[in-house]
Write a protein that binds this ligand. Structure first.
Ligand code: AR6
Length: 183
């Protein structure tokens, strides 16, 4: 399933699929602070992308983020064997079913900082997964609304990207996303 929107000349694509198969400049990884891999999208990216990604993550830990990547920040590595050129690793908040202004702020930053990093690297297309909507258990509708806010603000204030994709793993998640964009 796929839906295309145009927002201020930027193509926004909402689709079902496996993000590791997306052919874009950068796919975003819903990582954890350790940057050492895990389950969900993170596990799929590291296992299909190969060890090059982990090697670069280790370098980032040794240099700029010895204590781990803080929630809401983003870093970039190459994408190893994946079809995309880069992986942008971000860390969304852990909600455990709850929601608050602070969690919203952290999640907004995860989306916005990933977009800004793509801009800094002169990238033209980016694909996001449903950050924090899996193991971190943030309410899915809230994640979709926060993602929408972040991308609309980015497009409005400092757009540089030709295409922003959201790649959802199930039809149910796709429908939640579509609803938030129609509001
Ligand atoms: N392509 C697209 N979406 C996927 C894929 C895939 N290949 N695999 C899973 N999803 P999660 P989080 C969906 O748990 O909530 C990891 O262990 C999945 O259905 O990957 O931010 C990390 O290391 C869900 O909708 O990310 C962290 O410890 C969405 O991706 C922690 O999980 C996000 O689920 C991060 O948790």
């Amino acid at each position: 399933m796929e839906k295309q929107l145009i927002i201020n000349n930027t193509k926004v694509i909402i689709k079902t699929g496996d993000i590791t198969e997306e052919n874009v400049d950068a796919i975003v990884n819903a990582a954890n602070s350790s940057l050492m891999g895990g389950g969900g999208v993170d596990g799929a990216i590291h296992s299909k992308g190969g060890k090059q990604i982990l090697e670069e993550c280790k370098k980032i830990r040794e240099t700029i983020y010895p204590e781990g990547l803080p929630t809401g920040k983003a870093v970039i590595t190459t994408a190893g064997n994946l079809p995309s050129k880069y992986v942008i690793h971000t860390v969304g908040p852990i909600c455990n079913g709850k929601w608050s202004k602070n969690l919203e702020k952290q999640l907004y930053s995860a989306f916005y900082n990933s977009l800004e990093l793509a801009k800094r690297e002169n990238l033209k297309s980016i694909a996001f997964p449903f950050v924090s909507a899996g193991a971190y258990r943030c309410p899915k509708e809230k994640v979709a609304t926060t993602a929408k806010k972040a991308i609309i603000d980015f497009i409005k204030y400092e757009n540089s990207l030709d295409e922003i994709r959201f790649v959802l793993f199930s039809e149910e998640d796709f429908n939640i996303f579509i609803k938030s964009f129609e509001r």
